[in-house]
Design a protein around this ligand. Sequence first.
Ligand SMILES: [Zn+2]
Length: 88
Amino acid sequence: MTVREPEWTEQDRAEILALGLYRSQMCPLHGGPLEECTSHEETGAQFEASRSTCRAQLALIEAQRAADDGKKPSPYAGARLWTLRKRG
Ligand SMILES: [Zn+2]
């Protein structure tokens, strides 16, 4: 019988469980604590939205639109692999 080292240590398992628990308490929409954004509107946390633009994602969207040459996106567009790299 061969005894192998387990791939995951007890510490790894504890950490992944803790990460899962942490993530389950975060809002999938805004990324903050669910407890805050689902609290009562009058007694809970207040929020203020602001807007900025991810220029990296903007460059990607522009490249994707240019690839379609102003036409309706190809039904295969979802299979395209795009690479985004920082210049300079
Ligand atoms: Zn939320």
